[in-house]
Design a protein. Structure first.
Length: 176
């Protein structure tokens, strides 16, 4: 009996199959986790690009209309591709210096799935961002990224980005 036990300890037949059985689930989880993290990082980069582009496109104008803003929102869909834009929420506002170290909302527009800022409301902005009597275009973006195939994680990951852009061709960008 002892001889058989020693022989079994020395046997190496099937060792690779046993090791593979232990490692395969770990390797599969690592693979799909890497794919999911890479997709999430790419999507987060796109969210930041959407915020910067939205503010920059509006800041290039002296006057914008609701149609212009709608066209900006349509252009942002292309930046998010191939991700769905159903969960993309964008608010673009013009903030003017209120002379008290803050800013007041002059106008604001939003995508259909969120709410624009209230005109006349006060917003705290970083010190020195708005010059006296000046303004900035403020873009706020939020995106709910759907995590696929991970039952132990939350179903969505909320990504957000804000971006300020100074008007390029005038002190303020007006909305008609």
């Amino acid at each position: 009996m002892l001889r058989r036990f020693r022989a079994m300890l020395k046997a190496r037949d099937g060792l690779a199959a046993v090791e593979f059985a232990f490692l395969a689930p770990v390797m599969i989880v690592l693979f799909f986790g890497t794919v999911e993290v890479t997709t999430a990082v790419d999507c987060n980069t796109r969210v930041r690009d959407v915020a910067a582009t939205a503010a920059d496109l509006v800041a290039q104008e002296t006057t914008v209309s609701s149609t212009d803003i709608s066209n900006v929102f349509s252009a942002l869909d292309a930046i998010m591709y191939p991700n769905s834009t159903t969960n993309l929420k964008v608010v673009i506002s013009s903030l003017v210096d209120n002379g008290k170290g803050g800013a007041t909302v002059a106008w604001s527009d939003a995508t259909s799935n969120t709410t624009a800022r209230t005109v006349g409301s006060t917003i705290t902005v970083p010190t020195g961002l708005i010059t006296s009597g000046g303004s900035v275009i403020y873009a706020e973006v939020q995106y709910n990224f759907g995590v696929s195939g991970a039952a132990f994680l939350t179903n969505t990951l909320t990504m957000s980005s804000n971006f300020y852009a100074r008007p390029r061709r005038s002190a303020t960008v007006t909305h008609t």
